[in-house]
Design a binder for this molecule. Structure first.
Ligand code: NAD
Ligand code: UGA
Length: 463
């Protein structure tokens, strides 16, 4: 089938950038991204392309090029479903906060709503693509809903997980390591796979487009995230041992990363990984393993999360201990709130948990992040429900200048690896601080020797 109309349900961090790139690379395909969230759609349609709701390097240029030509953002979900030949589901799949599987399983209510809506509206055959990250065998449930509540039309379900990382979404989408498409082994299933392969083939080399059965594709996504997160927890575990033994985790990571079997990527020790997916996807994997009675498998992967929680707690404990066992009424400057550089996303950012621990110790937190608003910082803390929103507001202030955030602070915590932090005038920052002036570099990005020569007391991770 030659594809001319695509729709994507969910205009978030995956749906927005992914569809923008498809639209840019396939000008012959009309791509409509729909969402229930009117504010988000309005932002995607903002005349000033710098106001689109997601910050990703290079994204606004692509949106500027394709929007209004063959890329559309809309709240009219029904119309978009009705017209599309391929429907991507890119809605959120958070960890369940209620009922069976609470705190572990993926909450599939948004996925099910999409399936029911597609079933209700579709009047001709459609290819439905799982773009969201889902538990293995979810396609079975989607198929059952579509086949039993639909208008008798034929649906093919494909799994096409997304591997982009935030902050590098555009380059990841333009030059993916691989595109994974899982589908049914029947003739119709293979035809559906080919239709989607043809879309990606507009810019992705054929040898990078991998096709598998649906279950392998669904499980590969959870596996990839589990392996990536495991590397971070592994290096973070070594960082604690380095601190006890005089080894330097940066040197250890370099030494092991030169082994071509290990490789150098994803070996940066840190205050702990954040982001909306690693924790959620591993918890989901643990839940699935447990549901099959595979307790050793579940325990093995759960340890990745336990180690990450430990690393965050260890960082805040160390700050308090180093600051003479009290941070009460001390000003602590946070450089960075986003979960990594080059994104405005703060979901599960380590900064939130470090701030929460320090507010419990009655510290005053001063935040500077180049892309995160003060409203978002407070909303993240309120979401934890540790204390009232008034109390959070009384203890946390955001600044639009790093120098103001650090002025008269007792200590600085570097929590996101924004490049601009390295280029600051650290002498000026030092001059404005309380003495002794401490830097806790949760990302190991600053030059220790240079800071110590200014007079800072510097503590990195794992050295
Ligand atoms: P998101 O929260 O940014 O976006 C999801 C959007 O879906 C929201 O705007 C929400 O309003 C919308 N939505 C929910 N239900 C809807 C419905 N019934 N109809 C219309 N719109 C609806 O989430 P995200 O970060 O884009 O993640 C989406 C999925 O992709 C998740 O499963 C995630 O695990 C996966 N994923 C995310 C990333 C990432 O970097 N963020 C990378 C790869 C995979
Ligand atoms: C991650 C994966 O890298 C993507 O392939 C995947 O598509 C995505 O999850 C998803 O499924 O949502 P993302 O979370 O956006 O992408 O960003 P990463 O670059 O993986 O970073 C995650 C966290 O780990 C960040 O907090 C980062 O600072 C931290 N990290 C990363 C480290 O602490 N050390 C490292 O060496 C690498």
């Amino acid at each position: 089938m030659s594809i001319t109309k695509i729709c994507c349900i969910g205009a978030g961090y995956v749906g927005g950038p992914t569809m923008a790139v498809i639209a840019q690379k396939c000008p012959h395909i009309q791509v409509t991204v729909v969402d229930l969230n009117e504010e988000r759609i309005a932002a995607w349609n903002d005349e000033n392309v710098d106001n689109i709701p997601i910050y990703e390097p290079g994204l606004s240029d692509i949106v500027a090029e394709a929007r209004g030509r063959n890329l559309f953002f809309s709240t009219n979900v029904e119309k978009a479903i009705d017209e599309a030949q391929i429907i991507f589901i890119s809605v959120n799949t958070p960890t369940k906060t209620y009922g069976k599987g609470k705190g572990m399983a993926a909450d599939l209510k948004y996925i099910e709503l999409c399936a029911r809506q597609i079933a209700r509206i579709a009047k001709d055959n459609k290819i439905v693509v799982e773009k969201s990250t889902l538990p293995v065998r979810t396609a079975e449930a989607i198929k059952s809903i579509l086949d039993n509540t639909g208008n008798g039309v034929q649906f093919q379900i494909l799994s096409n997980p997304e591997f982009l990382a935030e902050g590098t979404a555009v380059t990841d989408l333009l030059n993916p390591d691989r595109i994974l498409i899982g589908g049914d082994t029947s003739v119709e299933g293979q035809k559906a796979i080919q239709s989607l392969v043809d879309v990606y083939a507009n810019w992705v080399p054929a040898d990078k487009i991998l096709t598998t059965n649906v279950w392998s594709s669904e499980l590969s996504k959870l596996t990839a995230n589990a392996f990536l997160a495991q590397r971070i927890s592994s290096v973070n575990a070594m960082s604690e041992l380095c601190e006890k033994t005089g080894a330097d985790v940066n040197e250890v990571a370099r030494a092991i990363g030169m082994d071509s079997r290990i490789g150098p990527k994803f070996l940066k020790a840190s205050v702990g990984f954040g982001g909306s997916c690693f924790q959620k996807d591993i918890l989901n994997l643990v839940y699935i393993a447990k549901s099959y009675g595979l307790n050793e498998v579940a325990d093995y992967w759960e340890q990745v999360i336990i180690m990450n929680d430990h690393q965050k707690r260890r960082f805040s404990n160390k700050m308090v201990q180093t600051l003479y066992n009290t941070v009460a009424d001390k000003k602590i400057a946070f450089l960075g709130w986003a979960f990594k550089k080059d994104t405005n996303d703060t979901r599960e950012s380590a900064a939130i948990y470090i701030a929460d621990d320090l507010i419990n110790e009655q510290a005053q937190i001063a935040v500077y992040d180049p892309k995160v608003s003060s409203r978002k910082v407070l909303a993240d803390l309120d979401y934890l429900e540790t204390r009232t929103s008034e109390k959070n507001s009384a203890n946390v202030t955001s600044f639009s200048s790093p120098y103001e955030a650090c002025a008269s602070a007792h200590a600085i915590a570097v929590l996101t690896e924004w490049d601009e932090f390295i280029a600051y005038d650290w002498q000026k920052i030092y001059d404005g601080m309380q003495k002794p002036a401490f830097v806790f570099d949760g990302r190991n990005i600053l030059n220790r020797v240079a800071l110590e020569s200014i007079g800072f007391i510097y503590q990195g991770i794992g050295s």
